[in-house]
Design a protein around this ligand. Structure first.
Ligand SMILES: Cc1ncc(COP(=O)(O)O)c(C=O)c1O
Length: 370
């Protein structure tokens, strides 16, 4: 008997998780997709307070009104997006926002453009909806930034949506305003949806982040708290869009998770309404680590573009699989770029979400095998 439903049969489990499982306890894990920093104390305190004050019941399906109000203020202030509190749904991380919105808006056999290289979940979420994923290939010559030409080259008659991720996992590329605006205009003209995954918005170095939803009504902004506030384990994110789109997404969200745990929502109200110094401090530390890693890899003769965001370096190698295997023997865990799509085949992803000292040691170990 075949237990898996047809739509699940061809789904792959994450290659990155596989890399973790191979790691010995002494290994320096540079495959991590989460900040190594502690969740800021004022956020934890707020979570504890919420439990003590018995915030242990359901919230509204869309999320606590005060949290949605804080998110809508944040979107207006940081992203120049004006949405009412009602046009926001609080989700189980950006992951659920992504999955739920795809399920709600995409039909079987639609085409959905996904970034190549790009975050692993995109392809599988599209497959689960019965749609086809079409890669939008971004090139190293453009620093892996998706351009309007890249999108136009991939567009099909059946294109219902595109997923875009800036700052990008795995490359750290940050798209510029001109391309964001041009792709938004194209989405309005050709009537497709942009799922804009902005989870690394705050981890950006000297560049400004722009949101598609500022320029088109056809965008779903997906964001969360995992990376900005180092709270991956608390599983909370959100999506925002126009009223009609949110009404559709709510149908899937409501029957899937009902609502997000209430204490975590209270903690996120505190996160958004307090000083953002903790985010700045973490990003400043990431920038130091990025500089260390890029300089070290380039000194080893490994070709590596300076990333403007996220906490990944995507460096070039002729035989990535062999290099990653040798690195495992030296107790350094990396991820072969092929895990992120065909354009990543000659690359390796290194996450610098590790202490500066560990990164220095990892660089010494990698130097041995170069
Ligand atoms: C590009 C991207 N989007 C979404 C997510 C998921 O984030 P969350 O923890 O909010 O579900 C990740 C996590 O690694 C990511 O890298």
């Amino acid at each position: 008997m075949q237990y898996g439903a047809n739509r699940v049969k061809d789904i792959n489990l994450s290659q990155v998780r596989k890399m973790f499982e191979q790691a010995s306890p002494t290994a320096i894990n540079l495959a991590l997709g989460e900040p190594d920093f502690d969740t800021p104390k004022h956020i934890i305190d707020s979570l504890k307070d919420a439990l003590d004050t018995k915030y242990t019941h359901y919230s509204q399906n869309k999320g606590e009104p005060e949290l949605r109000e804080a998110i809508s203020k944040k979107l207006a202030k940081d992203n120049d997006i004006n949405v009412s509190d009602d046009d926001i749904i609080v989700t189980v991380g950006a992951s659920e926002a992504l999955y739920t919105s795809i399920q709600a808006l995409i039909n079987p056999n639609d085409d959905v453009l996904i970034p190549d290289p790009g975050f692993l979940s995109y392809k599988e979420c599209v497959t689960l909806s019965g749609a086809n994923s079409i890669p939008v290939k971004s090139s190293a010559e453009n620093g892996f930034k998706t351009t309007i030409e890249d999108v136009e080259n991939s567009l099909t008659e059946n294109t219902k949506a595109i997923i875009i991720n800036s700052p990008c996992n795995p490359t750290g590329a940050v798209m510029d305003k001109e391309n964001i605006k041009a792709i938004s205009d194209l989405a309005s003209d050709k009537e497709f949806i942009i799922f804009s995954d902005e989870i690394y918005e705050k981890i950006i170095y000297g560049k400004k982040h722009y949101s598609f939803q500022k320029y088109t009504d056809n965008a779903v902004t997906i964001n969360g708290f995992s990376k900005s506030y180092a709270m991956t384990g608390l599983r909370i994110g959100y999506c925002a869009s126009n009223h009609e789109i949110i009404d559709e997404i709510l149908k899937v969200h409501q029957y899937n998770v009902a609502c997000i745990d209430t204490p975590t929502q209270r903690a996120c109200i505190t996160a958004l309404n307090s000083s953002q110094q903790c985010v700045t401090d973490m990003t400043n530390e990431f920038r130091k680590r990025r500089d260390l890693v890029v300089e070290s890899l380039n000194n080893m003769g490994l070709d590596c573009i300076m990333p403007d965001g996220a906490f990944y370096v995507f460096f070039k190698h002729d035989t990535p699989e062999a290099f990653v295997k040798k690195a495992v023997k030296e107790d350094v865990i990396l991820v072969p770029g092929a895990a992120f799509g065909s354009m990543g085949e000659k690359y390796i992803r290194l996450s610098y979400a590790q202490s500066y000292e560990n990164l220095e040691e990892a660089m010494r170990r990698l130097e041995k095998i170069v």
